[in-house]
Design a protein around this ligand. Structure first.
Ligand code: LLP
Length: 391
C-alpha cells in the first residue's frame, strides 16, 4: 500500500460473530446495525472545516435509533417525502425544523404545503410547480435544485443529472425560473445539486461547489450551497477506498475561493452502509447442470440492490468463517424470479449446509428500507448494536 492511502479497516462484525449468531438463532432474515460504526463515519465528515452543515439522507436508513445517533453527531436530516418528514419529527426528540431539509421529486402539492407548515427548508426543481401553485410558494424562501447537465454514480439507475434524469432544473431554465420566482416574491436562498450515488471521484464535490458558487454569484440572493450526497462505499474487495482526506482538502480549497456561502453536504450511504449486515439462514444447497447454489431464506425481497443494480455485497458463512476448503456457489433467495441472486460464483465453505448463517455485508444503506413482501414473505427483523448491547 502506498503511504498516505486510506487502508481498509477490519469489519466490525468479525469481532461480534457470537453475538450475531445468537441474534440469528432468534430468527432470520435479520438486519443488524452497529451504531459505533455509524458514529465513526459521521465523524469523518463533521470534522471537515469547510462544511457548515451535514444532512443525513434518511432514505438510506430511517431506523429511529440510527437517526437519533446521527442527529446527536450534529447532522441535520434530509427528507424526500412527507412520510420522512413526519418520521423524523416523531423519532428525533427536540429536532429543529432548521435541521430538516425537504428535497422531493414530483411530490404532490400538499407535501410542499405541509413542509412549509413544518418550517423545514424546501427545495424546488422546476418552474411548472411555481406556475401551477403560486399560492404555495408566494412570499416564501426556498432552495433551487439544479441539473448540472450530467449524472454520476455506481449504476445508470442512480445517476440523477442529465437529459435522462427527472431531477433538477436545467441550467438553460435558470433565468426563466428566477423570473417566475420574482413574480410571486419567492426568494431563492440556496442552490442544490446531487448528481448521483456512489461517486468514486473524491474531487467531484469540489467541482459541484465551484459550479454552483459561480451561479450563486450571479443570482445574488443565495446564502447556502448544497453539493449533495453520493459518497461511495467500498463494497467489493477490489473497490478503491474513498479518500476522505482528499475530499476534505478539495472542499477546503474551493471554500477558500468562494468563502461567502454556507456549504452543505447530504450523504446517506456513507454513514450507514458498512454499519449494517443482513443475516440469513441457508435453506438448501443444490447442484444443477454444474452450478452449485446456496439457497437462503431471503433474497431480493430483503435486499434488492444485487437484482436492481447488479450491486456487489460480500457474503460470508458465519458458522464456518475459518473453513479453508472453499467452493464457488451462486447465493440465491427463495423468490420466484431468476433475478433473485445475491451473489454469483462466491467462494464459500464447501461444507455449507442447511441451517448455516450467512452474513451479507455492507447492507446498512438501501437494504431494509427497500425490502418488500414479494411472494408474501415476511420483512426482515432489525437489531441495533450499541455499546456491546442489543436494542
Ligand atoms: N441527496 C439526494 C437528493 C438524493 O437523491 C440522494 C440519494 C442522496 C442525497 C443520498 O445519496 P447517497 O449519499 O446515499 O449516495 N437505492 C440506491 C441509491 C439511491 C439513491 C437515491 N438518492 C442504491 O442502493 O444504490
Amino acid at each position: 500500500l502506498a503511504v498516505g492511502r486510506p487502508q481498509r479497516p477490519a469489519s466490525w462484525w468479525v469481532g461480534r460473530r457470537d453475538q450475531l449468531l445468537a441474534r440469528a438463532a432468534v430468527g432470520t432474515p435479520r438486519y443488524v446495525y452497529d451504531l459505533a460504526t455509524v458514529r465513526d463515519h459521521a465523524r469523518m465528515l463533521t470534522g471537515t472545516a469547510a462544511v457548515d452543515q451535514c444532512f443525513f439522507a434518511i432514505k438510506a436508513n430511517p431506523h429511529p435509533a440510527i437517526l437519533r445517533a446521527i442527529a446527536a453527531e450534529g447532522f441535520g436530516l434530509e427528507c424526500v417525502s412527507l412520510g420522512e418528514i413526519e418520521h423524523v419529527f416523531a423519532h428525533v426528540p427536540g429536532l429543529s425544523p432548521r435541521n430538516v431539509l425537504f428535497t422531493p421529486s414530483f411530490a404532490p402539492r400538499r407535501e410542499y404545503e405541509a413542509a412549509f407548515d413544518h418550517g423545514v427548508t424546501v427545495t424546488i426543481d422546476n418552474i411548472e410547480a411555481l406556475r401551477r401553485w403560486p399560492e404555495v410558494f408566494r412570499g416564501r424562501t426556498a432552495w433551487l435544485r439544479l441539473d448540472l447537465g450530467h449524472g454520476e454514480g455506481h449504476h445508470a439507475k442512480v445517476k440523477t443529472g442529465g437529459v435522462a434524469a427527472k431531477f433538477g432544473l436545467p441550467l438553460a431554465k435558470v433565468d426563466a425560473f428566477l423570473d417566475a420566482a420574482r413574480d410571486i416574491d419567492l426568494r431563492i436562498s440556496g442552490l442544490h445539486a446531487h448528481l448521483g450515488s456512489g461517486i468514486d471521484d473524491a474531487g467531484h464535490w469540489h467541482g459541484v461547489y465551484a459550479h454552483l458558487a459561480g451561479l450563486a454569484d450571479m443570482i445574488g440572493t443565495v446564502e447556502t450551497i448544497d453539493i449533495g450526497g453520493g459518497l461511495p462505499v467500498p463494497y467489493a474487495p477490489e473497490s478503491p477506498l474513498f479518500d476522505v482526506a482528499l475530499w476534505r482538502a478539495g472542499l477546503d480549497e474551493i471554500k477558500a475561493s468562494y468563502p461567502r456561502y454556507r456549504l452543505v453536504v447530504e450523504p446517506g450511504r456513507y454513514l450507514v452502509a458498512e454499519a449494517g449486515v443482513l443475516l440469513l439462514s441457508v435453506t438448501q444447497v443444490v447442484e444443477k447442470d454444474g452450478v452449485r447454489r446456496v439457497g437462503a431464506d431471503a433474497g431480493m425481497n430483503a435486499l434488492m440492490r444485487p437484482s436492481v443494480y447488479d450491486a456487489y455485497h460480500g457474503i460470508h458463512n458465519l458458522d464456518r468463517l475459518d473453513d479453508t476448503e472453499l467452493t464457488e456457489f451462486d447465493v440465491v433467495g427463495p423468490i420466484c424470479e431468476s433475478g433473485d441472486v445475491l451473489g454469483h460464483g462466491r467462494p464459500l465453505p464447501a461444507a455449507t449446509a442447511e441451517g448455516d448463517v450467512l452474513l451479507v455485508a455492507d447492507t446498512g444503506a438501501y437494504g431494509m428500507v427497500m425490502a418488500n413482501t414479494y411472494n408474501l414473505r415476511a420483512l426482515p427483523a432489525e437489531d441495533i448494536l450499541d455499546e456491546g448491547g442489543i436494542e
